[in-house]
Design a protein around this ligand. Structure first.
Ligand code: ACO
Length: 334
């Protein structure tokens, strides 16, 4: 692939998403856990989440279907893609990557492929990486997807973690554009690995930090210090949005949508109040889907895109934070 010399921008061509048909409601959880619909709704804003049927569905099938729908919406064929990036922390296999399986299933015969892991921040990380690669001149068209089947990673005997998560995938097709001002005009990719114990999934006993050996959650399942994650998410939410607005000299009025990771309705509400964001510009679907990790921002983007709420010529801001700890923002001139 040759390197283009002229500066170029990036166009968001279309989006797609996929969720499993089966719904797991708070009422269903009441039957298997010592919890109530009222407690879950009050603390998180969640009423239901979608859950894969492990015999037929998973991260790979959701990611594949989301990319396929995004290609259809973009009026592009799989063979047109140069690269597929899949953000996930619940891949069924680490070899091959989920992205490789997607290229095989859809017939993206010219595309390179890799998975990227940044937990809930994954989709925003992948959008930023894809924009940068297209601007480099080496890639013309990239399929980005964030997908997680969190139901495979949560212990349904643990009421503090399992109530939060659901399964989903969201995808976008990005293409080189002659206008350099189009695409991602500001981005951050950040991490603080010193705090990884706040949210982690140990596969081996050796990985369990001292003092946490008595945690009853089984190996291979997510462990979380909920209050610490809450504090981190509220702080970073505010920091990254204020930094993005200040760096781009935009005001909330200039922005069409703030598309935020759906971690907990109270986290989103706190940020809206502290930053003073217009409520109608912060999409919330956590009530229906729970926290779908890397699937969440792409799923919101697809809902908004299809509803015609992402107008061309207006900036949108993507924000996410999650395990790692990681956080990311992406300001797009659509
Ligand atoms: N039903 C009923 N009671 C419960 C439940 C439940 N499902 N879960 C916990 N409790 C109990 C606890 O045992 C505790 O009881 P105690 O006081 O007798 O000890 C009490 O409720 C309070 O527990 P806390 O954990 O302090 O409750 P909190 O108000 O912090 O809410 C929650 C917990 C919802 C997990 C909150 O901390 C949170 O949302 N944190 C953020 C987590 C998050 O977003 N994680 C996503 C992954 S990372 C990301 O997306 C950024």
């Amino acid at each position: 692939m040759t390197h283009a010399s002229a500066p170029r921008g990036v166009r968001l061509l279309g989006t797609g998403s996929a969720v499993p048909p089966a719904e797991l409601t708070n009422k269903d959880l009441e039957k298997i856990l010592d919890t109530t619909d009222e407690w879950i709704h009050q603390r998180t804003g969640i009423t239901a989440r979608r859950i894969c049927d492990p015999g037929r569905e998973g991260t790979y099938t959701l990611a594949r279907d989301a990319v396929s729908r995004a290609l259809e919406a973009s009026k592009r064929r799989a063979e047109d893609l140069d690269l597929v990036i899949c953000a996930t922390c619940t891949a069924e296999m680490t070899c091959p990557s989920t992205a490789c399986r997607i290229t095989g299933a859809l017939g993206a015969t010219r595309a390179g492929a890799f998975d990227l892991t940044a937990a809930c921040s994954g989709f925003v990380y992948a959008m930023n990486v894809a924009d940068t690669l297209i601007r480099s001149g080496r890639f013309q068209r990239i399929g980005v997807v964030g997908a997680d089947a969190m139901s495979t990673m949560v212990d349904y005997t643990d009421r503090s973690v399992s109530i939060l998560f659901g399964d989903a995938a969201g995808a976008a097709i990005l293409e080189a554009d002659p206008d350099p001002s189009r695409g991602c005009i500001h981005q951050t990719l950040s991490a603080d690995g010193s705090d990884w114990r706040t949210l982690y999934m140990p596969r081996r006993c050796q990985e369990i930090p001292p003092g946490e050996e008595s945690n009853p959650i089984r190996l291979g399942y997510l462990r979380m210090h909920g209050r610490e994650v809450f504090r981190f998410a509220v702080t970073k939410f505010r920091e990254v949005i204020e930094e993005a607005l200040s760096a781009t000299k935009l005001t909330p009025d200039d922005v069409s949508q703030f598309i935020c990771h759906q971690s907990n309705r109270r986290i989103i509400e706190t940020a809206i109040e502290k930053i003073g964001l217009p409520r109608d510009k912060v999409h919330v679907n956590i009530d229906r889907y729970g926290n779908s990790s890397a699937g969440s921002v792409g799923l919101c983007l697809d809902e908004l895109w299809r509803a015609g709420k992402i107008p061309q010529g207006r900036p949108m801001i993507l924000v996410a934070f999650g395990g790692g700890l990681t956080w990311a923002s992406s300001v797009w001139n659509v």
